[in-house]
Design a protein around this ligand. Structure first.
Ligand code: NAD
Length: 333
């Protein structure tokens, strides 16, 4: 058994997390669950958005599933996700993007994964005012950072049997920084002869993703481009409400839904657990429980196809609990 830190979060978080844990228990996922708080609920009860007890738990279990958390307005609180990324050096942001039945979308046959470098680039926060009318941001790209994200992406492609890698960059303009990223990623790619690599300039990648997303299996890219492309791709398959995500480091991994805490529907048994459940599927794949991951995904897709089962946000008649019942029913015993 593996210890798993469960962070229900705020708003609809506890409702959808309860249902996801129910599904995990139904398939006998090999976890011992340790529940901890983060977000507004933690701020109100323990005085901190990300309490030390939650950090200690993740340090110990090295594996966490997190519901959405509400960001308090004002007060200068540091983002929970940024804090966790820095504390656990979660260098890979992984976003699988897949069209699902019953989910209205621009494109019905998308199945790709974006692997975004999570620690460098313009997001490293190296900024200064040169004078009162001039600001500078430093784009920092290192061989180490580029190599580990490329290796993660190629390993993922290999493990999941995806034969096509696209390295997305702007090395034609930023010849040193993006040039280094591209060169290092290509060098890593040479070690995976069964995977075909192409490099795509980021503006062309946007156009290709909107017009012909089926040509992509795995995309590896820098932090800023990855941030933008991840949401563009989520838009292709029905929006941020249905896509899962993971932040992964050398020693720790945190899986979460990408959507927010939806305070407008919290406590009403209306929330759709699809995104968080898909994050749980990613987590099972991450720990090598592929059969259980496949079984849940198959049951989820079958339940989504049924208008009586799926939740109201997808035009269905189901509730958070009844939709989960439908998934569990399709999983069998
Ligand atoms: P939101 O994603 O919470 O809600 C946007 C709309 O989508 C709402 O109408 C909501 O009802 C709907 N929605 C979202 N998830 C749904 C689900 N699972 N099922 C059915 N409907 C769903 O975005 P927001 O309103 O901008 O943000 C609310 C709070 O969440 C804010 O405090 C924000 O900072 C926080 N937030 C947290 C995360 C995170 O923890 N990863 C991400 C985004 C926003």
């Amino acid at each position: 058994m593996m210890k798993l830190t469960v962070i229900p979060g705020d708003g609809i978080g506890p409702e959808i997390m309860a249902q996801v844990v129910r599904v995990l228990k139904h398939v006998h996922a090999p976890f011992e669950y340790e529940e901890h708080q983060a977000g507004e609920v933690a701020l109100n009860s323990l005085g901190e958005l990300l309490p030390q007890t939650t950090i200690d738990s993740i340090n110990k279990t090295k594996l966490a599933i997190k519901g959405p958390t509400t960001t308090p307005v004002g007060g200068g609180h540091k983002s929970i996700n940024v804090t966790m990324r820095q504390k656990f050096d979660l260098y890979a942001n992984v976003r699988p993007v897949r069209s699902l039945p019953g989910v209205q979308c621009v494109c019905s046959d998308v199945d790709l994964t974006i692997v975004r470098e999570n620690t460098e680039d313009l997001y490293a926060g190296i900024e200064r005012m040169v004078d009162e009318d001039t600001a500078e941001s430093i784009k920092r790209i290192t061989r180490k950072g580029s190599e580990r994200i490329a290796r993660y992406a190629y390993d993922l492609a290999q493990k999941t049997g995806k034969p096509r890698m696209a390295i997305v960059h702007k090395a034609n303009i930023m010849k040193l920084s993006d040039g280094l990223f591209l060169k290092v990623a290509q060098e890593v790619g040479w070690q995976y002869p069964e995977i075909t690599t192409k490099d795509v300039i980021v503006d062309n990648a946007c156009m290709q993703l909107v017009t012909k997303p089926q040509q992509f299996d795995v995309i590896v890219t820098e932090n800023l481009y990855g941030d933008i492309l991840s949401d563009l791709c989520a838009g292709l398959v029905g929006g941020l409400g249905v896509v899962p995500g993971a932040n992964i480091g050398a020693n720790h991994a945190i899986f979460e839904a990408v959507h927010g805490s939806a305070p407008d529907i919290a406590g009403q048994n209306k929330a759709n657990p699809t995104a968080l459940l898909q994050s749980a599927v990613m987590m099972l794949q991450h720990v090598g429980e592929n059969a259980k991951a496949d079984a849940i995904m198959k049951a989820l897709i079958a339940a989504l196809s049924d208008v009586n089962a799926r939740t109201g946000d997808l035009g269905g008649k189901g509730t958070t609990v009844s939709f989960t019942d439908a998934i569990i029913q399709r999983l069998g015993h």
